[in-house]
Write a protein that binds this ligand. Structure first.
Ligand code: ADP
Ligand code: TYD
Length: 230
């Protein structure tokens, strides 16, 4: 079970660093993407802890959220057939809309680093694999903030499922079936946005984290340079 603060959707219940935090004008928005079991949640927690140690104000959050739409979405994991694929897409969009308005945008305006476990690339991949048109999905997401960095963790679907079963001790749900994850992984592999960084998630947690931090350090440095120049 992943630890989280159900009231705020914060993943670890921690407030930003106690000392005066280092704020970034406009914030920094990082998302973790990839199929289930790639290590997104593990890497997100390591990164959030490191950035807090460095003095940044960090908001760690996730989608689906714990809000009303997120709770409806979680019911689909056991009964996906209870809604049409169009309704399923609308639930993810409604959940994101509320998440962006209530958590993501305010935190970015406050100068925080927002780290989110899944965002709209997951909608393109999962609802795309479910038969929805990818351009239509992108259109429904076009008003949401674009991430500064999307880290796609890549792993063989069978390896991801193995981790869910043997390390997280959970039974894969309908979204996590092998054939579905193969389609989802196929769509993730075709994505070409310039803010995407692909990292092999099948290496050790430490080795994956080293590459994650390298990618984050690069965007942090770019933000700092922009600050100095403006
Ligand atoms: P996700 O959030 O992508 O579904 P998790 O971070 O929950 O994935 O990881 C799934 C399981 O695999 C967890 O039990 C986690 O401890 C373990 N795990 C995560 N990353 C690695 C890794 N690089 N090597 C081995 N096990 C890992
Ligand atoms: P996951 O991160 O695995 O959460 P949990 O820890 O509750 O299992 O995400 C839940 C599932 O939701 C995952 O299988 C991917 C799916 N999903 C979509 O289908 N579309 C989306 O837009 C998002 C954000 C998630």
């Amino acid at each position: 079970m992943k630890t989280e603060d159900h009231q705020s959707n914060r993943l670890d219940g921690q407030e930003p660093a106690q000392k005066v935090p280092q704020l970034i004008p406009g914030g920094l928005f990082i998302v973790f993407e990839g199929i289930d079991g790639t290590g997104k949640s593990t890497q997100l927690h390591l990164l959030a802890e490191k950035l807090r140690q460095l003095g940044y104000a960090v908001v760690a959050t996730r989608e689906p959220t714990n809000g009303p739409y997120g709770q409806k979405i979680r019911k689909l994991f056991v009964d996906r057939g209870s809604v049409s694929r169009e309704e399923e897409l609308e639930l993810f969009i409604a959940d994101r809309d509320q998440h962006v308005k209530e958590i993501i945008k305010p935190a970015l305006s406050d100068g925080c680093v927002v780290i989110c476990d899944r965002y709209y690339l997951s909608t393109i991949a999962y609802q795309g694999a479910n038969g929805m048109d990818q351009d239509l999905i992108m259109k429904k997401n076009e008003d949401f903030p674009v991430p500064d960095l999307a880290i796609i963790l890549e792993i063989e679907p069978a390896h991801g499922i193995h981790r869910i079963q043997n390390q997280r001790h959970e039974h894969p749900n309908t979204f996590e079936e092998k054939a579905n994850l193969q389609k989802v992984a196929g769509i993730f592999s075709t994505m070409r946005q310039d803010y995407i960084e692909r990292i092999n998630g099948s290496d050790s947690i430490e080795n994956v984290y080293r590459l994650v931090f390298e990618a984050v350090a690069k965007v942090l440095a770019q933000k700092t340079t922009q600050q100095v120049e403006s």
